[in-house]
Design a protein around this ligand. Structure first.
Ligand SMILES: [Zn+2]
Length: 178
Protein backbone atom coordinates (compact mmCIF):
# COMPACT_ATOMS: atom_id res chain seq x y z
CA UNK A 1 0.00 0.00 0.00
CA UNK A 2 1.35 3.45 -0.95
CA UNK A 3 1.11 5.54 2.21
CA UNK A 4 2.84 8.62 0.84
CA UNK A 5 0.12 9.11 -1.77
CA UNK A 6 -2.54 9.15 0.98
CA UNK A 7 -0.38 11.32 3.23
CA UNK A 8 -0.24 13.85 0.43
CA UNK A 9 -4.01 13.66 0.08
CA UNK A 10 -4.40 14.29 3.82
CA UNK A 11 -1.85 17.06 4.16
CA UNK A 12 -2.50 18.93 0.90
CA UNK A 13 -4.98 21.69 1.26
CA UNK A 14 -6.52 21.02 -2.13
CA UNK A 15 -10.10 20.01 -2.66
CA UNK A 16 -10.31 16.29 -3.19
CA UNK A 17 -12.36 14.78 -6.00
CA UNK A 18 -15.18 12.43 -4.91
CA UNK A 19 -13.10 9.52 -6.20
CA UNK A 20 -10.01 10.60 -4.21
CA UNK A 21 -12.16 11.07 -1.11
CA UNK A 22 -13.56 7.55 -1.51
CA UNK A 23 -10.15 5.89 -1.87
CA UNK A 24 -8.74 7.90 1.04
CA UNK A 25 -11.60 6.97 3.34
CA UNK A 26 -11.20 3.34 2.31
CA UNK A 27 -7.50 3.49 3.12
CA UNK A 28 -8.05 5.27 6.44
CA UNK A 29 -10.50 2.54 7.50
CA UNK A 30 -7.74 -0.06 7.39
CA UNK A 31 -4.54 1.98 7.97
CA UNK A 32 -3.84 3.17 11.51
CA UNK A 33 -0.69 5.03 10.42
CA UNK A 34 -2.60 7.30 8.05
CA UNK A 35 -5.40 7.59 10.58
CA UNK A 36 -2.98 9.11 13.05
CA UNK A 37 -1.80 11.61 10.46
CA UNK A 38 -5.40 12.43 9.56
CA UNK A 39 -6.52 13.04 13.16
CA UNK A 40 -3.35 14.91 14.03
CA UNK A 41 -3.53 17.17 11.01
CA UNK A 42 -7.24 17.93 11.36
CA UNK A 43 -6.80 18.65 15.05
CA UNK A 44 -3.94 21.04 14.26
CA UNK A 45 -6.03 22.77 11.60
CA UNK A 46 -8.91 23.07 14.04
CA UNK A 47 -6.59 24.65 16.62
CA UNK A 48 -5.27 27.08 14.03
CA UNK A 49 -8.82 28.13 13.13
CA UNK A 50 -10.07 28.55 16.70
CA UNK A 51 -7.00 30.31 18.11
CA UNK A 52 -7.36 34.02 17.34
CA UNK A 53 -4.38 35.43 15.51
CA UNK A 54 -4.20 38.45 17.80
CA UNK A 55 -3.75 36.30 20.92
CA UNK A 56 -0.05 35.66 21.44
CA UNK A 57 1.02 32.13 22.34
CA UNK A 58 1.42 31.43 26.09
CA UNK A 59 4.70 32.77 27.40
CA UNK A 60 5.13 35.02 24.41
CA UNK A 61 4.66 38.20 26.44
CA UNK A 62 7.19 37.00 29.03
CA UNK A 63 9.65 36.04 26.34
CA UNK A 64 9.19 39.41 24.68
CA UNK A 65 9.70 41.16 28.03
CA UNK A 66 12.86 39.14 28.67
CA UNK A 67 14.09 39.98 25.20
CA UNK A 68 13.37 43.68 25.69
CA UNK A 69 15.26 43.56 29.00
CA UNK A 70 18.22 41.97 27.26
CA UNK A 71 18.00 44.64 24.58
CA UNK A 72 17.82 47.37 27.23
CA UNK A 73 20.88 45.95 29.00
CA UNK A 74 22.74 45.81 25.71
CA UNK A 75 21.83 49.43 24.95
CA UNK A 76 22.96 50.48 28.43
CA UNK A 77 26.26 48.67 27.91
CA UNK A 78 26.73 50.38 24.54
CA UNK A 79 25.89 53.76 26.11
CA UNK A 80 28.33 53.27 28.99
CA UNK A 81 31.01 52.24 26.52
CA UNK A 82 30.34 55.37 24.49
CA UNK A 83 30.55 57.40 27.70
CA UNK A 84 33.91 55.85 28.63
CA UNK A 85 35.27 56.44 25.13
CA UNK A 86 33.95 60.00 25.21
CA UNK A 87 35.57 60.65 28.57
CA UNK A 88 38.86 59.17 27.40
CA UNK A 89 38.88 61.26 24.22
CA UNK A 90 37.93 64.46 26.04
CA UNK A 91 40.52 63.75 28.75
CA UNK A 92 43.19 63.15 26.14
CA UNK A 93 42.20 66.36 24.30
CA UNK A 94 42.28 68.32 27.57
CA UNK A 95 45.74 66.92 28.29
CA UNK A 96 46.87 67.86 24.78
CA UNK A 97 45.50 71.41 25.13
CA UNK A 98 47.08 71.80 28.57
CA UNK A 99 50.44 70.57 27.33
CA UNK A 100 50.27 72.95 24.35
CA UNK A 101 49.49 75.86 26.70
CA UNK A 102 52.25 74.72 29.07
CA UNK A 103 54.87 74.41 26.36
CA UNK A 104 53.97 77.75 24.80
CA UNK A 105 53.96 79.55 28.17
CA UNK A 106 57.15 78.03 29.57
CA UNK A 107 60.44 77.78 27.76
CA UNK A 108 62.29 74.44 27.67
CA UNK A 109 64.91 75.92 30.02
CA UNK A 110 62.23 76.76 32.58
CA UNK A 111 60.92 73.25 32.24
CA UNK A 112 64.36 71.81 32.90
CA UNK A 113 64.71 73.96 36.01
CA UNK A 114 61.36 72.75 37.27
CA UNK A 115 62.33 69.15 36.62
CA UNK A 116 65.67 69.48 38.40
CA UNK A 117 64.08 71.31 41.31
CA UNK A 118 61.59 68.49 41.69
CA UNK A 119 64.38 65.91 41.56
CA UNK A 120 66.33 67.80 44.21
CA UNK A 121 63.31 68.02 46.45
CA UNK A 122 62.79 64.32 46.03
CA UNK A 123 66.44 63.73 46.87
CA UNK A 124 66.07 65.82 50.05
CA UNK A 125 63.04 63.78 50.95
CA UNK A 126 65.03 60.62 50.43
CA UNK A 127 67.82 62.04 52.55
CA UNK A 128 65.44 62.58 55.44
CA UNK A 129 64.28 59.01 55.10
CA UNK A 130 67.90 57.92 54.90
CA UNK A 131 68.65 59.70 58.17
CA UNK A 132 65.95 57.74 59.92
CA UNK A 133 67.44 54.57 58.50
CA UNK A 134 70.90 55.74 59.58
CA UNK A 135 69.89 55.70 63.24
CA UNK A 136 68.93 52.07 62.86
CA UNK A 137 72.14 51.41 60.97
CA UNK A 138 74.17 52.97 63.76
CA UNK A 139 72.73 50.51 66.19
CA UNK A 140 73.64 47.66 63.85
CA UNK A 141 77.19 48.84 62.95
CA UNK A 142 78.23 49.21 66.58
CA UNK A 143 78.68 45.44 66.51
CA UNK A 144 80.75 44.94 63.34
CA UNK A 145 83.50 47.05 61.67
CA UNK A 146 82.72 45.50 58.24
CA UNK A 147 79.13 46.80 58.38
CA UNK A 148 80.56 50.19 59.32
CA UNK A 149 82.73 50.20 56.19
CA UNK A 150 79.76 49.27 54.02
CA UNK A 151 77.67 51.95 55.67
CA UNK A 152 80.32 54.66 55.13
CA UNK A 153 80.81 53.78 51.47
CA UNK A 154 77.05 53.74 50.88
CA UNK A 155 76.76 57.07 52.62
CA UNK A 156 79.54 58.49 50.49
CA UNK A 157 77.82 57.36 47.29
CA UNK A 158 74.53 58.94 48.39
CA UNK A 159 76.30 62.15 49.42
CA UNK A 160 78.16 62.48 46.12
CA UNK A 161 74.93 61.74 44.24
CA UNK A 162 73.14 64.48 46.16
CA UNK A 163 76.04 66.89 45.49
CA UNK A 164 75.93 65.99 41.81
CA UNK A 165 72.18 66.66 41.61
CA UNK A 166 72.60 69.99 43.44
CA UNK A 167 75.49 70.97 41.20
CA UNK A 168 73.51 70.14 38.05
CA UNK A 169 70.57 72.10 39.37
CA UNK A 170 72.59 75.23 40.06
CA UNK A 171 74.47 74.88 36.83
CA UNK A 172 71.22 74.68 34.89
CA UNK A 173 69.81 77.61 36.84
CA UNK A 174 72.88 79.68 35.94
CA UNK A 175 72.41 78.73 32.29
CA UNK A 176 68.81 79.95 32.36
CA UNK A 177 69.71 83.28 33.93
CA UNK A 178 72.55 84.06 31.53
ZN1 LIG B 1 -1.72 4.38 5.11
Amino acid sequence: MNHTHFEELILDDIKLSPEQKKTLEAHLAECTQCQKIQTGWSGLRQEMRTTPAVNPAPGFTQRWKANSEVRRAQQQMIQSRKLIIGFSISGFMLLAILSIVFFTQYSPADLLVTIFRTITRLAIGFEELRQVVTIWFKIVISTSPATLAIFISTWFVILSLGLFISYTRFWRKGEVRS
